[in-house]
Design a protein around this ligand. Structure first.
Ligand code: CP3
Length: 354
């Protein structure tokens, strides 16, 4: 089962060196959503599990799915297979995935709704995730990092309040404007429980963790909103995690932060900042002058492949090489992406320029 994994060289994972501020050539490489529907072996196990949530909560299957992209591509990091919505689910919020439509939750829009949720995470649900972390770490070669993760409070709250994904996060923005006290209570519950969740992932064997703020871009119209709902909750999680695990390595991904990326890099406390593909490479370098960066190949460019892919990879390596950089996409890989394009990417990033 482990025979095709890269052999152990008793080395510390490359990505941990980058997160400590070291530049390496080539840079470490992994892809957001690297375990997913573009892989036939994922689709097979997904069918065996029945539902997406059953896949997340069955350690044997979640472990196998986490390892699939490592076996195929030898990435420098595996990311725990789970979902950011496991946290509201473990707080007792009803959650299901409507086939082909994405997540659905029973919306939390009143103080009474919030009062019905648990104060802490249901150990049965979280226990299955932590068991997966331990199983994956036991199988992975030492030089491959295992990343844990959680959603940032703002992004998770957008789903909790709307009960689904929305194009503009209007329901959460409205609630935050109409009843900031209630919205803050939701965010505070998430800050506390996400902190504990990340600490338990690190204790179970994760080498580093990533905080996904996929909808940070909805807050960039107003610096006060950005600080209050994106930056401050994340920096509270970062200091809370470090209070328990002082050397914890943390990547923050405030997707769509645009002009606020430098502010996030300065003030959040994270070890590296995930950049989306909307950020130009000059601006990416400006963020990299503050903190190591991760990113930011456009998933559409990976989908298209060909010379355009090679040129985009080279441009990123040229702009961000020589300083601490983790090669990644600017967002998750698209399900229609051909596997050969991923193979081409791995070869080119590892082979260097030219
Ligand atoms: O990156 C990885 O490989 C690790 C696993 C992972 C998943 N979701 C698996 C998944 C991670 C880190 C996530 C994070 C996540 N989940 C985010 C933040 C990152 C981002 O993409 O913006 C968000 C917003 C979610 C919520 C979520 N989960 C949505 C909106 C959807 C439906 C959209 C879709 O792609 O189908 C999911 C489902 C989901 N999470 C799938 C996977 C592989 C697809 C489920 C399936 O197999 O049908």
């Amino acid at each position: 089962m482990t025979s095709v994994l890269r052999t152990s060289q008793s080395q510390s994972p490359l990505i941990l060196r980058t997160l400590s501020g070291e530049a390496t050539t080539p840079p470490p490489l992994w892809m957001m959503r690297q375990a997913g529907r573009y892989l036939p072996e994922y689709r097979a196990l997904r069918a065996e599990a029945g539902s997406f949530l059953d896949l997340c909560y069955t350690p044997r299957l979640a472990t196998e799915v986490t390892l699939q992209p490592i076996r195929r591509f030898g990435f420098d990091a595996a990311i725990l297979f789970s979902d950011i919505l496991v946290v509201p689910h473990a707080l007792g919020q009803e959650l299901w995935f409507a086939e082909g439509e994405g997540p659905r939750l029973a919306p939390v829009t009143t103080a009474a709704d919030l009062a019905q949720l648990r104060e802490d995470l249901d150990p049965d649900r979280i226990g299955a995730v932590l068991e997966t972390v331990a199983q994956v770490r036991a199988i992975l070669p030492r030089e491959t990092a295992l990343l844990g993760f959680c959603g940032a409070p703002w992004t998770v709250a957008t789903y909790m309040v709307a009960g689904r994904g929305t194009p503009d996060q209007a329901p959460a923005l409205d609630l935050a404007a109409r009843d900031p006290q209630l919205f803050k209570a939701i965010i505070d519950r998430l800050v506390g429980q996400s902190t504990r969740y990340l600490v338990s992932q690190l204790q179970a064997g994760a080498d580093a963790v990533q905080i996904f703020d996929s909808w940070a871009g909805a807050l960039i119209g107003d610096e006060a909103l950005y600080r209050r709902w994106c930056l401050e909750p994340i920096s509270r999680i970062v200091s809370g995690v470090r209070a328990e695990v002082p050397d914890a390595k943390i990547i923050g991904f405030p997707k769509g932060s645009s002009r606020f990326y430098p502010l996030f890099a300065e003030e959040s406390g994270v070890d590296a900042v995930g950049l989306d593909q909307g950020l130009g490479l000059d601006d990416a370098r400006a963020v990299q002058a503050i903190r190591p960066v991760q990113g930011n190949l456009d998933p559409e460019v990976l989908l298209s492949g060909g010379d355009g892919l090679d040129r985009a990879i080279d441009a990123i390596l040229e702009a961000l090489g020589g300083r601490p950089h983790i090669f990644n996409l600017g967002h998750g890989i698209l399900p229609q992406t051909p596997i050969q394009h991923v193979e081409r990417l791995v070869k080119r990033v590892r082979g260097g320029l030219g």
